[in-house]
Ligand binder design. Structure first.
Ligand code: DC
Length: 233
């Protein structure tokens, strides 16, 4: 009998802003030797392009033209996802509040989502990936090996965002309002709203430490790997 080949899973993590997805996804990927991909970075890059070109966030046709003619590159590495827009490094800029709001607005359009989903699927073709976002388990990889919906109490999420962004100048009240608005839009849009996918493990991180969340995810992955290996044995 041949040696079992370790399976390279697709791990999908969805959830609202501030639930801790990025940190956990990046730590989990590092532990597994997988690629971590932040899907939101692509929506953010388009949002920045729209800001730069003074395009309306509500004009789907104009946004589609922009996304087609822009060069967006997502380079996943151990240190995080580097984002290039038309050859310029915009990794930091796309984290600013104006881009966060704009990303949530440009992402409501079905044709934009279709374009993004196609790109995101290309990244996951070979497996060995932890992808995080809003529709990864519902739309991008409905057959993902492990599906996690990571949530947390809105007050805690706001607090985490404020800590992350404290050096960037926005007031706490403005950031809390921004998060509420983004939550509302991401959860109620017509196309691919943020909801737990069928078969997702729902994990509420409100009262959990980062270590505890990570451990729980590792357990889910280990369980899956046991059966996934059998396919190759
Ligand atoms: O994860 P993030 O905060 O970087 O995402 C920014 C916005 O992009 C988010 O408010 C909604 C949108 N988004 C999306 O619609 N689908 C995804 N898979 C990821 C992000």
């Amino acid at each position: 009998m041949s040696e079992p080949v370790p399976a390279k899973l697709i791990i999908a993590i969805d959830g609202p802003a501030g639930a801790g997805k990025s940190t956990i996804a990046s730590r989990l990927a590092r532990k597994l030797g997988y690629v971590n991909l932040e899907s939101g970075a692509l929506y953010r890059a388009l949002a920045l392009k729209a800001i730069q070109c003074d395009a309306s966030f509500d004009d789907e046709a104009a946004l589609l033209e922009l996304v087609r003619k822009s060069q967006m590159k997502l380079e996943p590495s151990l240190g995080g996802n580097r984002v290039l827009l038309d050859g310029r490094d915009v990794t930091q800029r796309i984290r600013d509040e104006d881009v966060s709001q704009a990303a949530s607005r440009v992402s409501v359009h079905p044709k934009i989502r279709e374009w993004m989903v196609t790109r995101l699927r290309e990244f996951g073709r070979e497996g060995g990936i932890v992808m995080e976002g809003r529709d990864i388990a519902t739309k991008v990889f409905p057959n993902a090996d492990v599906k996690i919906f990571l949530d947390a109490d809105p007050v805690i999420r706001q607090r985490r965002r404020i800590q992350q962004q404290s050096s960037r100048g926005a007031s706490a009240e403005a950031m809390a309002a921004e998060l509420r608005e983004r939550d509302r839009r991401d959860r109620t849009r017509q196309d691919s709203p943020l909801v737990p996918a069928e078969g997702s493990a729902i994990l509420d991180s409100t009262a959990l430490s980062e270590e505890e969340v990570l451990r729980r995810l590792e357990e889910l992955v280990a369980e899956k790997l046991k059966t996934a290996r059998l396919r190759y044995a």
